[in-house]
Design a protein. Structure first.
Length: 221
């Protein structure tokens, strides 16, 4: 494994809900002279106030964490780079993490070697996706390119509630979080998303967001 010498170590905080996974990550980094774990936590609620690091490895499912924690970190500490990790290749999580300012997105089945190289790359200023997520993202945009432009009429026909739901999807919220935000049931959220897909002639949440932004009916700051 490549080692980097004569350089200040990358200071890493590991925020993950699974103690065993955190310990494994810490052990992997302990073998690297250019990476130093300076903190670990299973709750990201006050991560912004406590973090003193170059990079945060953030589990999207950690309590007090997820996309919201990523956004808080990037807003309060723009000098800190965030690499998010998740167990599933979820379109909405990917879109939300990218929008929140994450510089890297990895699946938890990433190998130790890939994890180490990812941290080095992001700390050096690069951005990255795991190969599986990069492939998925490219597939989504390839579908957009192939589709007919007739979906603009569908975008225009979205109801106010559907636009509210789609806006929250663009922020990376899952169905339960959207339901809580709008004070509706998860089944109602699912129905809205199904209607959005039908109106926009798309097959995924990410594609729906991209289509609506392209057609000018949804704006993402």
């Amino acid at each position: 494994m490549r080692r980097v010498a004569n350089r200040a170590p990358v200071r890493v905080v590991v925020a993950d809900r699974q103690p065993l996974f955190r310990r494994g990550v810490v052990d992997v980094f302990a073998e690297q002279p250019d990476i130093a774990v300076v903190g670990e936590t299973g709750d990201a609620t006050d991560l912004v106030e406590r973090v003193d690091a170059t990079l945060v490895l953030l589990d999207l499912g950690v309590p007090g964490g997820g996309v919201e924690a990523c956004a808080r970190l990037r807003s309060a500490r723009p000098d800190v780079r965030v690499v998010v990790m998740t167990q599933a290749d979820d379109d909405a999580a990917l879109a939300g993490a990218v929008r929140a300012g994450a510089r890297g997105y990895l699946l938890k089945d990433t190998s130790p070697e890939e994890l180490v190289e990812a941290v080095r790359a992001v700390a050096a200023g690069s951005s990255l996706l795991s190969p599986a997520m990069a492939s998925r993202l490219l597939d989504e945009f390839a579908v957009l390119v192939r589709r007919q432009d007739g979906a603009a009429e569908g975008s225009a026909s979205l109801s106010r509630r559907e636009l509210e739901v789609l806006t929250l999807v663009a922020q990376g919220l899952n169905n339960r979080a959207i339901a809580e935000q709008l004070f509706i049931s998860e089944n109602t959220v699912k129905n809205h998303i199904r209607n959005i897909h039908e109106k926009l002639q798309v097959h995924s949440r990410m594609e729906a967001v991209v289509r609506a932004v392209r057609d000018g009916v949804l704006q993402i700051a």
